[in-house]
Design a protein around this ligand. Structure first.
Ligand code: FES
Length: 292
């Protein structure tokens, strides 16, 4: 984790009320992984105290730039929209646990609801760079909220669902998943909690018959395949072997594990801090009925 002064390079409204901003922050492009986030402090004269969390939307190590994508919903995010190129912000990161891709996975299914695209966008770049295939299922209320395909790499298969049917499939994005679950080795989702809960229910109890679980035993160094090693709950290995990983969007205060304002419950009834143990979890490790 580092604290850096990040300089705004570009800022634009890509959808009504949704902003994409690029910052020059080379130190944060090294070692940052898809699913992690930064915590940014509004300026000294903003009158705002709390930092705001933003997912790494993209990370470009060559240019030293990261982008964030957010909706302006209050004084804090409104303040960020007023930044101009050359302005500097105080950025803390990378924070949180990343998505884990099994080395054997070739086909990645990304599922995003609305602004949840910001949580999985970087994973598409990383996967393509590693020679994997990516399908992105994206859900929104209507055409005016659909993420522009021009902001995605050409190699991504992009499938849209809208509640009102104005673009793509009419209905929820979760209704598209069954068409792709046989193809996918792993699935990664970010979006509203009801969407994630619906996806978790779809995957529940079927993990052993889906995706990465069907790829066969991992080759063992110097041995004959398989591993008897116990997988610790909440560990990178637990996420890696899950068919579905979810990136949770909870309100955050401190973002460093101190305030307990962001907890969700796991299946053992243990509170899990989204900012520390998350934001990425294996879907089968969370208790979706607890209402947090
Ligand atoms: S935001 Fe404070 S513990 Fe997570």
């Amino acid at each position: 984790m580092q604290l850096v002064a990040a300089e705004l390079v570009e800022s634009r409204e890509i959808l009504p009320g949704q902003w994409l901003q690029a910052f020059h922050a080379p130190a944060l492009t090294v070692g940052s992984r898809a699913g992690q986030f930064v915590h940014i402090r509004p300026g000294d004269f903003s009158g705002l105290i709390l930092r705001r969390p933003f997912s790494f939307n993209t990370v470009d190590r060559a240019s030293g730039q990261i982008t964030i994508h957010y909706r302006a919903v209050g004084r804090g995010t409104d303040w960020f929209t007023r930044l101009r190129p050359g302005d500097r912000v105080d950025m803390l990161g990378p924070l949180g646990q990343p998505f884990e891709v099994d080395p054997r996975s070739r086909h990645l299914l990304l599922i995003a609801g609305g602004l949840g695209i910001a949580g999985v966008r970087m994973l598409a770049d990383d996967a393509l760079r590693a020679g994997r295939e990516v399908t992105l299922l994206f859900g929104a209320a209507g055409a005016t909220e659909v993420y522009p395909s021009s902001l995605l790499p050409d190699e991504v298969e992009y499938v849209v669902a809208t509640d009102d049917g104005s673009v793509g499939h009419k209905g929820y994005v979760t209704e598209l998943v069954r068409d792709y679950e046989g193809w996918a080795d792993q699935a990664f989702a970010c979006g509203p909690a009801p969407m994630l809960a619906a996806l978790a229910r779809l995957a529940a109890g079927r993990g052993s018959r889906l995706g990465v679980a069907t790829l066969g035993a991992k080759p063992k160094r110097g041995g004959r395949g398989g591993s008897s090693k116990t997988i610790e709950p909440g560990s990178p290995a637990a996420r890696r072997r899950a068919f579905l990983q979810v990136s949770m969007e909870q309100n955050m205060g401190c973002a460093v594990g101190a305030c307990l304002g962001c907890v969700v419950m796991d299946t053992h009834g243990t509170p899990q801090r989204v900012c520390r143990e998350g934001p990425v979890f294996a879907s089968d490790e969370l208790d979706w009925e607890s209402g947090w």
